[in-house]
Design a protein around this ligand. Structure first.
Ligand SMILES: [Zn+2]
Length: 213
């Protein structure tokens, strides 16, 4: 849709990808919201070069993303979930929920395994989590289960949250890693096209020198 406007608009900016990040020394209470298929996580093996992109290798064939030499040529899992981050206020000495934010949360294998452990004794569907960040840069986050789940324990809130989470699910999936083709991956990794090198090798220097005389 094409709009017409002068210089009065304040809202013309790229839609920044927002995701959950722990802040140094801060504890957030969050709840995990399952994707429409009922699962809490979506993930893919990825590499990182300037940006995260999906690994193209299969069990039987290793592709250039894994065989080329660069720092992150070993694929790792990037896993996405959607969290509701609660915002509490003190009310007569008691914490009450003021509002909340829904955000994609993307992490690697270690956090997945921490959540998996927590789920065994405190199922994620019925327990919120307290996330405490001790290192913002490396997103070192410890996880403690809460007694219950605020969002899913209240039918009205649950319905509202599930509705509002729909576009966030899409953001979370997009945030896992770019789905690049092999040609784009070669370009990103600066792998020379063998075809071009071969063509150059066929031209002898004498021919070039002769042509300039
Ligand atoms: Zn790969």
């Amino acid at each position: 849709m094409i709009e017409s406007f002068g210089t009065e608009r304040d809202d013309i900016q790229g839609s920044k990808f927002q995701k959950y990040k722990g802040k140094d020394g801060r504890t957030d209470q969050v709840g995990l919201i399952p994707f429409p298929d009922g699962k809490f996580f979506k993930g893919a093996r990825c590499h990182f070069k300037e940006r995260a992109f999906q690994c193209k290798s299969t069990g039987s064939k290793k592709e250039i993303c894994c065989t080329h030499s660069y720092e992150q040529n070993r694929p790792f899992y990037r896993i996405a979930t959607v969290v509701i981050v609660y915002n509490f206020v003190d009310k007569d000495g008691k914490q009450s929920l003021r509002d909340y934010t829904l955000l994609p949360w993307i992490f690697r294998e270690a956090m997945y395994n921490t959540l998996k452990m927590s789920d065994k004794d405190f199922p994620l569907a019925a327990h919120d989590l307290k996330l405490t960040c001790s290192d913002e840069k490396f997103q070192k986050i410890s996880v403690l289960p809460c007694k219950n789940s605020i969002w899913s324990g209240n039918a009205k809130l649950k319905e509202k949250v599930l509705k509002e989470a729909q576009p966030i699910f899409e953001d979370a999936i997009r945030g896992i890693g770019a789905d690049l083709g092999l040609i784009d991956i070669r370009e990103l990794l600066c792998v020379d096209e063998p075809g071009i090198t071969d063509a150059n090798a066929n031209i002898s220097l004498d021919d070039v020198m002769g042509a300039t005389e």
